[in-house]
Write a protein that binds this ligand. Structure first.
Ligand code: N01
Length: 539
């Protein structure tokens, strides 16, 4: 790190974040001969997989897919033990990649960036760390992650609670032993649903405080079938290419051929039954063409899952509470679980409905509900999610002039061109930014796509002797409009999800990811480049 006042352009590209995207940026840009450095808040690399160490944490994309594609030897040699990778296994993989390609020498750990300023005179970004150090470069890549700003509930007394308190997104490295303890679990999204069965196995008693029931499907995790692995590896290169031509960036799932109404009730039941037995969310959502666009079609799938919940959970009142009823299936991230619903048949687990009777306040020894009921708790696991998609960038004070900062620009929701750049913020690239398919795709593939786009753009600029690139306001406006139109043609906006910013009080309700699919998106990006970076201004 250059001390303030020294040579201001000792790097070509600053990378913020050393998760999956940031690490690939180091690899890719270094190969191009660029001087780069990544700044990472954690004391290790891996981003999401570094921070989310809660029990049961596992990826919901199959391990043969959820990996880098940039090096065929890497993808051939790495062996995944299970169908879905656990957090420790994925972190081990990411650390292996960092070591294998000698990426760590360009990472500065334990360094949180507080400020980023662009100087229009010099065309340099200068970033400032928490400790006040600064460094400058013509380009800056925000590899800050979409789910990297953990959020605790804004409920009175939360700091008064004297027991153990954990957030799934900031879980202690050494793990947590709940043995013999009375534990509360708040939050029943993916993190809650994955952790609750394991916490229940340890706790003396577990109270699950549920505000919204979510749809969850069985993951059917198992040791990886060696024959499946062999076949997959033989086709790896073709599968990766094919992935860019699919909706979610994952090849191997045949597109649905029928609308739900084209099948009768029995045919639909058999189809859902087969998907349920197979495990996994993409396959389930691919049962029919219109599950995410037509409410009546969606109801057929949602009813099927509700019936499964009723058939699994023995206490009818608990089963009914666990049946999601406020959003179409798939419009919140569809969860994959192992024994989630079965967990409610344990004597030491109680589901508490905080939709009709919210948590009023936390106390020294537990919490109190609105009706005055109290719960004594020795530990609380908060699986309450993140200030998603925009939180990490809004935490950095990003400015390109006195009246132009990202916090203000995104006050009413994010605006970007392709989720890659923001008008008025030149030379700043985002990795899987809002209005890109990032979180609705195989994330690692999308990270590679975005880093490649930035790398190619930077080399294009250098080749032409240009120094400043950023989107036109009109191109950005059109992309935002397109993003919203595509979202509005689906059922997604019907859910109070983090895609909509709905989980953060006061956050504007705008649908943030691009749901037109990876194929449409990558085609658009290719057209933009082929048309001389159409929509970007290169100066
Ligand atoms: O967070 P969430 P997450 N009082 O926002 C509740 C990815 N991920 O960490 O629905 C009471 O989904 C909230 O209730 P409600 C994946 O993309 C992937 O679980 O807002 N409750 C909800 O139940 C996922 O979607 C994997 O009413 C409050 C929960 O907390 C994303 O990360 C694993 C509350 C938050 O759910 C985020 O998942 C884990 C309050 N004040 C995560 N505030 C896999 O790959 C929030 N809640 C499998």
């Amino acid at each position: 790190m250059t001390a303030s006042g020294k040579d201001k352009s000792d790097l070509d590209v600053i990378i913020i974040g050393a998760g999956v995207g940031g690490l690939y940026a180091i690899y890719r840009l270094r190969k191009l001969g660029l001087r780069i450095r990544a700044y990472e808040a954690g004391d290790g690399v891996g981003g999401t997989w570094f921070w989310n160490r809660y029990p049961g944490c596992r990826c919901d994309v199959e391990s043969m897919e959820y990996s880098y594609s940039f090096d065929n030897d890497l993808q051939q040699e790495w062996e995944w033990p299970e169908r879905y990778g656990t957090q420790p296994e994925i972190l081990r993989y990411v650390e292996h990649v960092a070591e294998r390609f000698d990426l760590l020498r360009d990472v500065q750990l334990k360094t949180r960036i507080k400020k980023a300023r662009f100087d229009h005179g010099t065309n340099l970004w200068t970033i400032t760390t928490e400790k006040g150090e600064t460094v400058s470069a013509p380009y800056c890549i925000m590899a800050t992650g979409n789910l990297s700003t953990p959020k605790l509930p804004e409920i009175a007394g939360i700091d008064d609670f004297q027991g153990e308190k954990y957030h799934t997104g900031l879980w202690p490295k050494e793990g947590v032993d709940f043995t013999g303890k009375v534990v509360g679990a708040v939050g029943t999204g993916s993190s809650g649903v994955q952790s609750i069965p394991l916490i229940a196995k340890q706790a003396k008693h577990l109270y699950v405080f549920q505000r919204t029931a979510n749809f969850s499907l069985p993951a059917r995790n198992a040791p990886l079938d060696p024959e499946k692995e062999r076949k997959h590896k033989a086709e790896y290169v073709e599968r990766r290419k094919a992935a860019y031509g699919t909706p979610f960036g994952i090849a191997g799932y045949p597109s649905p051929e029928k609308f739900a109404a084209e099948a009768d009730a029995e045919e639909r039941r058999l189809s859902y039954e087969a998907k349920w037995a197979e495990g996994g969310s993409i396959s389930f959502l691919f049962a029919y063409k219109d599950l995410l666009t037509d409410k009546a079609a969606n109801d057929t799938a949602a009813d099927f899952v509700r019936e499964k919940i009723r058939a699994t959970v023995k206490d009818p009142k608990t089963a009914e509470l666990l049946c999601p009823n406020d959003h179409p299936i798939g419009t919140k991230r569809l969860i994959l679980d192992t024994d989630y619903y079965e967990t409610y048949n344990r004597d030491n687990v109680t589901l508490v409905d905080i939709r009709t009777n919210p948590i009023e306040l936390f106390t020294k020894g537990g919490l109190q509900l609105t009706d005055g009921g109290t719960y004594d708790l020795e530990a609380i696991s908060f699986a309450t999610g993140f200030d998603a998609m925009t939180g990490a960038m809004r935490e950095i004070d990003i400015q390109t002039g006195k009246d132009n900062c990202i916090r203000d620009k995104w006050e009413d929701g994010p605006r970007s061109y392709l989720g890659i750049m923001v008008a008025g913020f030149p030379n700043m690239f985002m990795v899987t930014g809002p209005q890109s398919p990032g979180v609705k795709s195989q994330m690692i593939l999308s990270c590679e796509w975005h880093v490649d786009f930035a790398a190619n753009a930077i080399m294009h600029m250098r080749g032409k002797g240009l120094t400043r690139i950023g989107p036109d306001v009109k191109a950005e406006d059109d992309w935002v409009t397109h993003n919203n139109e595509v979202a509005d043609s689906t059922l997604y906006p019907l859910a109070n999800s983090w895609y909509m910013g709905a989980n953060v009080p006061g956050k504007p309700r705008i649908f943030m990811p691009y749901v037109g699919g990876v194929e449409a998106y990558t085609n658009k990006c290719n057209d933009v480049v082929d048309n001389d970076y159409e929509g970007f201004r290169l100066e």
